[in-house]
Design a protein around this ligand. Structure first.
Ligand SMILES: *[C@@H]1O[C@H](CO)[C@@H](O)[C@H](O)[C@H]1NC(C)=O
Ligand SMILES: *[C@@H]1O[C@H](CO)[C@@H](O)[C@H](O)[C@H]1NC(C)=O
Ligand SMILES: *[C@@H]1O[C@H](CO)[C@@H](O)[C@H](O)[C@H]1NC(C)=O
Ligand SMILES: *[C@@H]1O[C@H](CO)[C@@H](O)[C@H](O)[C@H]1NC(C)=O
Ligand SMILES: *[C@@H]1O[C@H](CO)[C@@H](O)[C@H](O)[C@H]1NC(C)=O
Ligand SMILES: *[C@@H]1O[C@H](CO)[C@@H](O)[C@H](O)[C@H]1NC(C)=O
Ligand SMILES: *[C@@H]1O[C@H](CO)[C@@H](O)[C@H](O)[C@H]1NC(C)=O
Length: 389
């Protein structure tokens, strides 16, 4: 029958179009990876996600992550760790030092007048080009070899970062091997989100995004420059850090006096490491036992549920944004400033307890110190997208 022939030819055309998707970089130096309902672009610089396109409840595709229009624009350490993999140790290391087996190591400081190290040092992983080791229509794998002594860290680390798309889902798998000496390893994906793609005409911020951390009744206490002081704090019900008892808008407590100083001295908002506690409920499978975090926007209708094997979750509400960081040409609204406003984004990081290498009493050595004789470092996360009405 004629229509089945037409159908076959239509299917063939579609299949063909899919196989024609460019493998290798496009004209902007970006690598496309996609599946039904999800399409992303990645760059070797930091193994970063630069674009993530998801359809909202109105059927319009929104680019929901921060980044730049082309790979060249990332060069020169000009950006606040947009979408990459900070390494070899994410977040802050107190006094830029740590002890392994009685030996004290001093690494390169790069924050607060050189009082501490942030995201692996001045030349951390997310300021370096990874190598693309494989690229298919729905997956890309990057690798990096971090030499012995780089930024002051002991031993070589070899890492692979694989991003795979399945229908409506972005999967992240990171493996890192300490090949020669014992060293700290703690990684994450440092992605900045705005689930409206900055196109909400009434609100360029993410303050109305609804956030939920169902397993996070506790958080890591920090000092004025966000260095852990060893204390684990309760996120009491209805306090500003209570995202566990019920979902809450990021900006719900913006005027609460206790939100001032919550993200460091004089900072109003969030830049906190929440503990993910769930082993007490019995054995769990991180892929199916519920998300560690969820974020949604009523305006676009886009929701992301984050499933992960990691036992902490950092959330930063972009209080430091000041209208100077540009958004992409795939985002925003005609006639409005194309820059990220204060609270314009939310950074969400699946990771381990921050600076645990300087907190032996937390007993997380097996999660953070890796060597050639032991198992590899691994991180897995699934970001599952859906729409809400
Ligand atoms: C890349 O983007 C930057 C910033 O938007 C722009 O200045 C530059 O011209 C672009 N380069 C290329 C090769 O498109
Ligand atoms: C910080 O490290 C320096 C050496 O780099 C050391 O002299 C100093 O005692 C350390 N400070 C603290 C508070 O641990
Ligand atoms: C950092 O270290 C310097 C000394 O190098 C000190 O003066 C300063 O108060 C410290 N703290 C911050 C937050 O910069
Ligand atoms: C990364 O690769 C690009 C493109 O090959 C190159 O222009 C750039 O200098 C490299 N950057 C770094 C930090 O190595
Ligand atoms: C943001 O949420 C608040 C509280 O639910 C609501 O009053 C306000 O109208 C919302 N703003 C926008 C721009 O949607
Ligand atoms: C924070 O906001 C929630 C939701 O609106 C409210 O129940 C809670 O009382 C607020 N807490 C503070 C400290 O303002
Ligand atoms: C915090 O704000 C107060 C009042 O504006 C100011 O005096 C102080 O210097 C600020 N501290 C820091 C560390 O920025």
């Amino acid at each position: 029958m004629w229509f089945s022939t037409a159908l076959i030819s239509l299917l063939a055309t579609t299949a063909c179009a899919q196989y024609d998707a460019p493998l290798g970089p496009d004209k902007d130096g970006k690598y496309e990876v996609s599946a039904d309902g999800i399409r992303a672009l990645f760059i070797p610089y930091g193994a970063s996600v630069s674009n993530l396109f998801i359809k909202g409840k109105d059927g319009v595709e929104r680019d929901v992550v921060l980044g730049f229009d082309n790979a060249t624009a990332y060069e020169g350490k000009v950006h606040p760790h947009l979408g990459g993999v900070p390494g070899r140790y994410a977040n802050r290391i107190r006094n830029s030092s740590f002890v392994i087996d009685g030996e004290e190591y001093h690494i390169e400081p790069n924050e607060h007048n050189n009082n501490n190290t942030l995201h692996g040092g001045p030349d951390g992983w997310d300021y370096r080009n990874f190598t693309v080791v494989s690229h298919t229509k729905n997956s890309i794998t990057f690798s990096i070899v971090d030499p012995d002594g780089k930024e002051g860290f002991p031993g070589e680390v070899v890492s692979y970062v694989t991003y795979t798309m399945t229908p409506n889902t972005w999967k992240i798998k990171i493996v890192a091997l300490a090949t020669t000496k014992k060293t700290p390893i703690m990684l994450t994906s440092h992605t900045y989100w705005n689930l409206d793609g900055f196109a909400n005409p009434d609100d360029p911020t993410a303050l109305n995004h609804t956030f939920h951390l169902p397993y996070s009744g506790q958080r890591v206490s920090v000092d004025g420059i966000l260095i852990p002081d060893g204390i684990i704090l309760p996120n009491e019900k209805y306090s500003v850090n209570d995202f566990w008892s019920a979902p809450k808008q990021i900006g719900a407590n913006l005027t609460a006096p206790t939100l001032l100083g919550n993200c460091g001295t004089n900072c109003t908002g969030y830049d906190n490491c929440y503990i993910v506690n769930r082993a007490q409920n019995g054995p769990y499978d991180w892929r199916t036992s519920g998300p560690v975090a969820s974020l949604s926007s009523e305006w676009s209708g886009i929701k992301v549920d984050i499933f992960s094997d990691q036992e902490a979750f950092q959330m930063y509400s972009c209080g430091g944004q000041d209208g100077t960081l540009p958004i992409k040409s795939t985002q925003g609204l005609k006639g409005r400033e194309a820059f990220v406003q204060q609270y314009g984004c939310v950074v969400m990081e699946v990771q381990d307890w921050i600076d645990a290498i300087n907190r032996p009493e937390w007993q997380r050595e097996k999660k953070q110190i890796f060597g050639p004789a032991g198992p590899a470092y691994t991180l897995e996360a699934d970001y599952v997208f859906s729409t809400i009405s």
